[in-house]
Design a protein around this ligand. Structure first.
Ligand SMILES: C[S@@+](CC[C@H](N)C(=O)[O-])C[C@H]1O[C@@H](n2cnc3c(N)ncnc32)[C@H](O)[C@@H]1O
Length: 227
């Protein structure tokens, strides 16, 4: 995995830099900061209001370093909801790289939390009282899902690096996988992505982005009768 290098971002948390793609896994302005803003605040917290009573099911496109899954696990220790978290990643990181990620230190993880993070990478499964995690090491479009989801953390590489994951076909699949009132959140707010999402009849919301990025997107699968 010579094409993957560890890079420290502005909030001191690391990310991975893929030299072949010339692309980082997170914003260089702050990896933890970005994940907290886009996925936890505008995804998880929003969904909790939409679905106050039910078990939440989350799908992630692009597990990468596992930071979004880790932050969701940690946040849920406070929320105490039942969460089923399915992540997808065709190119899992080697354990050598995973051990170099400094999230344990930056997030002040205790021993149990640190082990849980390693387990998600190593065993690709984790089951705690409130968090049921599974990593599928197949690319998103080839997976036949048997469940539906309340939230999709859409965390693919940027459209200019990986255009095949930002097509109408991909967002149509996301829409099919979502429960009514379910949502997609992503860090990317490019005009073309907005147009593709709108063309899928998803309700588009443009929100303030994390530091260093002007905007981000939330897309909601409204009740068909409200179209
Ligand atoms: C922006 S990075 C991941 C960020 C990740 N959520 C994290 O916290 O590190 C995009 C990820 O999508 C993965 N990926 C690439 N093609 C994919 C596909 N077809 N389906 C799912 N994931 C894919 C990449 O390998 C990479 O790990």
């Amino acid at each position: 995995m010579k094409h993957l290098q560890i890079l420290t971002t502005k909030d001191n948390s690391v990310t991975i830099y893929n030299t072949e793609l010339n692309e980082t896994y997170h914003s260089v302005h702050g990896a933890v900061q970005e994940s907290l803003h886009v996925f936890i605040k505008n995804g998880l917290h929003y969904a909790i209001q939409q679905f106050p009573d039910k078990e939440l099911s989350i799908l992630e496109i692009g597990f990468g370093t596992g930071l979004n899954a880790l932050l969701t696990l940690l946040e849920n220790e406070k929320l105490s909801r039942k969460i089923n978290y399915t992540s997808t990643e065709p190119f899992p990181l080697s354990m050598e790289i995973v051990k170099e990620l400094n999230y344990g230190q930056v997030l002040n993880l205790n021993g149990t939390q640190g082990n849980q993070f390693i387990e998600m990478h190593k065993s690709r499964k984790l089951l705690t009282e409130n968090f049921n995690f599974e990593l599928i090491t197949t690319e998103f479009m080839s997976i036949d899902f048997t469940t539906s989801f309340d939230i999709i953390y859409f965390d693919a590489f940027a459209p200019e690096k990986q255009a095949n994951l930002w097509t109408k076909e991909v967002f149509e699949k996301c829409k099919t996988l979502l429960n009514t009132n379910g949502l997609i959140v992503t860090y990317c707010a490019k005009g073309e992505v907005k147009r593709t999402i709108k063309a899928c009849n998803l309700k588009l919301e443009t929100l303030a982005g994390p530091p260093g990025k002007r905007e981000m997107i939330r897309a909601i699968k409204s009740n068909p009768s409200s179209y």
